[in-house]
Design a protein around this ligand. Structure first.
Ligand SMILES: [Mg+2]
Length: 233
């Protein structure tokens, strides 16, 4: 099989691969407490499916701080430091079926595993290293690349091309995620979209966004394995 026939699987992290027990939100809450002396649960800030840069920008705006690159960078650095502390404190887990799928697909010569996530690169690495999953992924597109998640597909495709020496057609790419933002981001460049209801969005809410595949969790992958073509059962 030539590399031109490889499939590229682009994975979201939070609510799709792992549930960190809200480690990220706790880190953000701690910075808000220290900087703005506010006990804020950040419930009015949309977090699931958004990029870290967009989330930080929304928080700064809420507290009347200018959303300059410098302010966003400084807040993000504090967020990463806090995340390092919070990950071992929270009762998080790898989501059902994830380890099995990553083990199987990573053994396949015709499948490439990458990340397509709203996390900053450093946050993604901290989270996935904590749960022993970081080594599965060759590369990724992150919040560092762009604040708008819908722009991240282009970065992931460019990195895949750099590493594999050819373009990946949209038809050869799957985007897997737990929110409508993941589905929109995949549809934005014509990828196949696989939604999994293990995160913040219900199955019904995801269905309304019309993903190509919709699963309760990734341990149900056998239901659609033949259609997906990731591996045979
Ligand atoms: Mg997610």
């Amino acid at each position: 099989m030539t590399s031109a026939h490889k499939r590229l699987l682009l994975w979201d992290i939070d609510g799709t691969l792992v549930n960190t027990g809200h480690a990220g939100v706790h880190s953000l809450m701690r910075i808000v407490r220290e900087r703005f002396s506010a006990n804020d649960d950040l419930r009015d800030i949309e977090i699931a499916g958004k990029t870290d840069r967009a989330i930080v920008s929304d928080i700064l705006e809420k507290y009347g701080e200018p959303t300059t690159d410098e302010n966003i960078r400084a807040f993000a650095a504090d967020y990463i430091a806090g995340l390092r502390d919070e990950l071992p404190r929270r009762n998080g887990k790898v989501l059902p079926g994830v380890l099995d799928i990553l083990n199987r697909t990573s053994r396949r010569a015709d499948i490439v595993l990458g990340l397509l996530t709203g996390n900053l690169h450093e946050g993604a690495k901290l989270k996935l290293e904590h749960y022993g999953l970081w080594h599965f992924f060759e590369f990724g597109a992150f919040a560092d690349d762009h604040h708008d998640r819908n722009e991240l597909g282009a970065f992931a495709r460019r990195r895949a091309q750099e590493r594999h020496g050819h373009e990946f057609d949209a038809a050869q790419i799957d985007v897997i995620g737990d929110t409508g933002h993941d589905i929109a981001c995949g549809k934005a460049f014509g990828a196949r979209t696989i939604a999994v209801a293990t995160g913040g969005w219900s199955r019904e809410r995801l269905a309304a966004q019309q993903p190509d595949f919709l699963l309760d969790d990734l341990s149900n992958i056998a239901e659609v394995a033949n259609d997906l073509g990731w591996f045979a059962f």
